[in-house]
Design a protein around this ligand. Structure first.
Ligand code: ZN
Length: 277
């Protein structure tokens, strides 16, 4: 009796779990299937020997050969780019990121209550940055992890959301050895197009080691100080100077909103830019 009872008890225990798991996965089964197919295609590309479509132009095929090395790894992200979703709920954002026609996604979405949805493997290129530039990097989608915070752009970020974000940033920084300076915002890399994340507590993040901040005591810059060069050294695309200044202020000087170079901007910039060198 003891022997026959055991499997029945186990089955009774497992049944609700199976039902629960089926309910939670069904909603996204179709798009999860597409995710699986796409990742499988990438895996096949990586496995191909010799690598497909990697013929070098202007060198004849008989002059090109393949010998697999045994020493290699997988490319890793080196930046984290933070966004606000400009939407009003986590469900709405998740829905946007599983619709093919939107062509956008993020690696992670952090909801107002602190729940985190992981949507793209860290090693894959999610489509969150769009056209942008930081220093000489013009393909931030390839070099970064994109994190969307569920926020409409004009409301405070909840404590639970920031707490989860900090945990996520800690994990990413440790795992991929991401430099402190490389935690930036979407507006920083796309100042002409994007205002996010807006009203964001960058100073709180910098105090925890995610992004840089200026010192409490600031020295007056000399007359010769060039604010435009300093912005470029930090990474800003200054092709539209007003947009770059506005983005810098959104990040470091939220009390100022004008696109002009002001004494306060110069004061902060003069202290900050050497930290990026
Ligand atoms: Zn964004």
């Amino acid at each position: 009796m003891v022997i026959t009872n055991k499997p029945i008890n186990k089955l009774m225990f497992m049944l609700p779990l199976v039902v629960l798991s089926a309910c939670t996965t069904n909603k996204y089964a179709a798009t999860n299937k597409i995710y699986k197919e796409k990742t499988k295609a990438f895996a096949n590309t990586i496995k191909a020997m010799p690598p497909l479509t990697q013929q070098i132009d202007s060198i004849s095929p008989d002059q090109q050969t393949f010998v697999g090395s045994v020493n290699f790894g997988i490319r890793k992200p080196n930046f984290v780019i933070i966004h606000h979703t400009a939407q009003t709920s986590l469900d709405q954002t998740v829905k946007t990121f599983i619709l093919a026609r939107t062509e956008v996604s993020a690696h992670y979405v952090v909801s107002r209550d602190g729940k985190v949805v992981h949507m793209v493997n860290d090693y894959l290129r999610s489509q969150h940055a769009g056209l942008g530039k930081w220093g000489n990097d013009t393909d931030l989608n390839s070099s970064s992890i994109g994190i969307e915070l569920d926020n409409n752009g004009n409301e405070p970020y909840s404590d639970a959301q920031i707490k989860s974000l900090l945990s996520l940033l800690g994990t990413l920084k440790r795992k991929y050895n991401i430099p402190t300076a490389n935690f930036i915002g979407h507006a920083d890399i796309a100042p002409k197009r994007k205002p996010d994340p807006n009203k964001f507590p960058w100073k709180v993040l910098a105090e925890k080691g995610y992004g840089l901040w200026y010192d409490a005591v600031l020295n007056m810059p000399p007359e010769t100080f060039d604010a435009v060069v300093a912005l470029r050294i930090i990474g800003y695309d200054t092709s539209n100077l007003g947009a770059a200044v506005t983005a810098f202020k959104r990040h470091f000087l939220p009390m100022e909103t004008t696109p002009e170079i002001t004494p306060a901007l110069k004061l902060v910039l003069f202290n900050l830019y050497p930290k990026y060198m």
